[in-house]
Every structure is written in C-alpha cells, then in structure tokens.
Design a protein around this ligand. Structure first.
Ligand code: NAD
Length: 278
C-alpha cells in the first residue's frame, strides 16, 4: 500500500464512490483507491461481478461495498451516494467511469447510427456522469470539498472512422468536466478527466470483448512507447487526481495513451524511414 512520508496511506479515511467498476479500469480504480486507504462504494449494473470484485478487495484487507445500480437512473445514483453517507458519514471522491462498452462494436459511421444506439450511449456515458456529479456534489460540499474524476477517452478529442456516438459522448464528458471544475472550484471541489488510449486487460473481461490482434498492433504503432497501457496505469492517475497531491489541478483532461496523441499524424509512416539517429 502506498504511504505518505508520515506512514499513513494517502487516502486514509476518505470515502470514494466509483461508478462502473465491476471490471476493467473501474475495478482497477476501486482496488487502487482502497489500497491507498479509502473506503470505496462500488456501483455497477452487473450485480454479480461487482460483488465479486468488491469481495476480492475486502479479502485483501481493503474497505469496499458493492451496490447494484444503473447510472442512467437518477434515483439509483442518488441512492448510491446516500448509501455512502449512511455507511461512512461523508463523500470525498467520485470516479465516474461507467460506459456502455457493449455498444461500441455496433457504433459505426454516422449514416449507420441508429437513434436507439445514440440515445443509449449518451444516456449511460454522459447522463450517467452528469448524475454522478449532480448527486455527489451536495455531499462533498457538506464535507468541505472533494475530487471528481471522469473517465473520458481519446475518442473524445479526434475523429474516428467509427464510434460516432461513443466519441460524441466522450467529448461531452470533457466539457462536463470543465463545467463542474469551473462551477465548484471556489467551494473546494476539483474535477478532472482521464483520457485513456489503448488499454489491455488481464483477467476478467465480458465475453467477446477486446480488439483483434491486427488492430491492436496498428494502434501500438501509433504510440510513442511500444507497450499497451494497463488498467492500473489509469487507476494510478485516478488515485493521484483524487488525492491531495493534485490539490492545484482542476479542469484538466489527462491523456493516458503512451503518446498516441502527442505527435504528428504521419509519425507511424515515418518509422523506418527517419528514425532518431539515422
Ligand atoms: N478499455 C479501453 O481501452 C478504454 C479506452 C478509453 C476509455 N475507456 C473508458 O474507460 C471506462 C471503462 O471501460 P473498460 O474498458 O474498463 O470497460 P468495462 O466494460 O470493463 O467497464 C465498464 C463498466 O461499466 C459498467 N456499466 C455499464 N453500463 C452501466 C450502467 N448503465 N450502469 C452502471 N454500470 C454500468 C459495466 O458493467 C462495467 O463494469 C469507460 O468509461 C470507457 O469509455 C476505456
């Protein structure tokens, strides 16, 4: 467990809600926050999987409470925040991470986008994060402040051949992040976003998910480092933004992509033609 110089875990006594944390990045975030001493209330639509993930955290000595919830539903989000207050007495950290990832495979170009897919993607990805902020902020204000981290994506900052609804939802999250940071900064609430690039998963994944190897290789060719990101790479950034070490950082969109978005568009084509030192 990471410790501060005084030997106390950096998030000791803090109360965190993580929404969308049964698997993947959210599960790593819940583990990371708990490992740093936070009590973690874990909301997810997959009741069985979130219970399993929370049990593993508790078995490892952490504090985690699973709650089944659908982030599209305002009453359910309010209930999750209320449960955090009833159980732990305060709310310091929110990680808004849920996304309708099961729809991404069908999310193509705009002419092929159905209204149903568009609406569900935005309802889960954007309305869910708005509701998370809306219902966490009053509790954070009552405790004197807090830190919100929204999971966005590289898909929210550049055009793609597919993922029309997903990309639009992530661009909306970027703006939601700046709005919340602007509106509540003076009251002690910081709000930032993490924008992951290619993240590789070990262990539990929903069936049929994951990129074909050829596509993965193409994406890695466009990174500056030759390895894929891991869920913990994002979780470590979330824990940093959630804690006091990031006290002067708000309204920031933190790209976590191995450099994929840092270079000229022709970078990958130049490899082998114009390598450094040649
Ligand atoms: N995996 C990547 O490479 C990548 C890249 C960029 C951004 N992201 C973002 O990271 C976040 C996590 O993605 P992931 O790849 O870990 O996928 P994931 O499917 O493992 O995680 C999404 C979680 O959200 C939950 N969820 C889905 N709909 C929900 C709802 N209506 N209510 C409550 N919970 C719900 C799922 O059950 C799951 O636990 C998402 O916001 C995604 O857009 C992922």
């Amino acid at each position: 467990m990471p410790e501060t110089s005084s030997g106390t875990p950096p998030l000791a006594g803090r109360v965190a809600v993580v929404l969308g944390c049964a698997t993947g990045i959210g599960a790593a975030s819940a583990r990371g926050l708990a490992a740093r001493g936070a009590h973690v209330v874990m909301g997810d639509i997959d009741a069985e999987a979130v219970t399993r993930t929370a049990s593993r955290i508790v078995d490892g000595g952490g504090s985690a409470v699973p709650i089944a919830c659908d982030v599209q539903d305002e009453a359910q989000i309010a209930m999750v925040m209320q449960r955090a207050i009833e159980r732990f007495g305060r709310l310091d950290i929110l990680h808004n991470n849920a996304a309708a990832m099961h729809l991404v495979g069908e999310d193509k170009d705009v002419a092929s986008t159905s209204v149903a897919l568009w609406d569900e993607t935005l309802a889960v990805n954007v309305r869910g994060q708005m509701l998370g902020c809306k219902h966490a902020i009053p509790h954070m204000l009552a405790g004197g402040g807090g830190s919100i981290v929204n999971t966005s994506s590289l898909s929210g900052i550049a055009g793609e051949l597919t993922s029309t609804a997903y990309g639009a939802s992530k661009a909306a999250i970027n703006q939601l992040t700046r709005a919340v940071a602007t509106q509540y900064g003076r009251k002690g609430i910081r709000c930032n976003a993490v924008l992951p690039g290619l993240i590789r998963f070990e262990g539990e994944r929903p069936a049929g998910r994951g990129l074909p190897p050829a596509l993965r290789e193409t994406l890695i060719r466009h990174q500056l480092v030759p390895w894929a990101g891991r869920a913990d790479d994002v979780a470590n950034a979330v824990a940093f933004l959630a804690g006091d070490e990031a006290r002067f950082i708000t309204g920031h969109l933190l790209v976590i992509d191995g450099g994929m978005s840092a270079h000229q568009p022709f970078y990958a084509d130049m490899l082998g033609v114009m390598e450094p030192g040649t």
